[in-house]
Design a protein around this ligand. Structure first.
Ligand code: NAP
Length: 267
């Protein structure tokens, strides 16, 4: 049985993916939440799953336990249920700054823990998640966790030392991509394209470009070169972007974002 403590945006996105992917049936899922309204919503959205207002019940019953509450709620929740989680349970974290070391202090050095970092596109089934297992997680355990996160996107195992860089690259970058879509649409409006059409057009251009990287396996620079005909319009704009430090701005964005995450997690 898989249990979720917290059924907000991420908890419900994960449950939606798991059910859609057929990894668990509703009767194998149990959830708890501090909010009675959230539990009612879960019953309506996912008929057949078990709900409880008691986190302890989830801690006792779940073989895989997902802590889907905000980072500052981890302390109170683990103080409440930590002693009830068997070491054989695979405990999954999804919160920024909750390190394996902190989890070990709340549980024990015998517990199986997988620190993960999903991103917002998980809400539409296109997530990118990093998985950092501790030394007690066996290969078969990790396969089970991989199957869960693959049901709403892609996932990769990373050493925990790279999690803050990953969080910048995949957790924060959607904000920068949304800014890019907004700015491209402003440019289109300047050229007379109606705003309502400009946003989905810009988003589709980004989606298609991302798919080309994933599906052709070509280097992004090669794909860029394919669009730039000699003396053409695109290379004119590439030159303009370079003069404004476009690529360097993005490299710096990843760097400062990672530094800030290191600072906040006390690394
Ligand atoms: N949303 C994302 O795209 C995203 C991406 C990556 C990682 N994450 C991480 O995922 C975690 C969950 O985020 P979220 O956006 O899903 O949060 P959320 O929508 O606020 O959901 C959290 C749920 O947990 C409930 N809760 C609060 N205290 C509780 C307690 N003591 N016991 C049981 N349930 C409790 C909340 O109820 P109340 O509303 O009544 O407090 C709420 O229903 C966070 O750690 C976040 O950093 C989220």
């Amino acid at each position: 049985m898989i249990g979720f403590i917290g059924t907000g945006n991420m908890g419900s996105a994960m449950i939606g993916g798991i059910l859609k992917g057929g990894i668990y049936s509703p009767s194998d899922i149990i959830v708890s939440d501090a909010s009675p309204e959230a539990l009612e919503r879960m019953k309506g959205d996912f008929p057949g799953i078990a709900t409880s207002s008691d986190n302890k019940e989830i801690a006792r019953k779940a073989e895989i336990l997902v802590l889907a509450v905000k980072p500052h709620i981890y302390g109170p929740v683990l103080t409440e249920i930590g002693s009830l989680i068997p070491p054989t349970t695979i405990t999954v974290t999804i919160a920024a700054g909750v390190t394996l070391e902190k989890m070990t202090a709340w549980l024990s050095d015998k517990h199986r823990i997988v620190r993960t970092m999903p991103n917002t596109p998980a809400l539409v089934g296109e997530g990118m998640t990093a998985l950092c297992p501790n030394g007690n997680v066996a290969a078969a355990d990790l396969d089970r966790i991989r199957a869960i996160f693959s049901s709403f996107g892609k996932c990769e195992v990373l050493p925990e030392s790279q999690i803050n860089g990953f969080t910048s690259l995949c957790g924060s970058s959607p904000a920068w991509v949304f800014m890019m879509i907004e700015a491209l649409a402003d440019g289109a409006v300047l050229e007379g394209i109606p705003r309502a059409k400009a946003y989905p057009m810009a988003a589709q251009a980004l989606l298609g470009s991302a798919k080309m990287v994933l599906e052709t396996g070509k280097h992004p620079a090669e794909l860029k070169d394919m669009v730039c005909s000699p003396g053409g319009t695109t290379i004119e704009a590439v030159s303009e972007l370079e003069s404004h430090g476009f690529r360097s701005a993005l490299i710096e964005a990843v760097r400062v974002c990672t530094n800030k995450a290191d600072f906040l997690s006390g690394d």
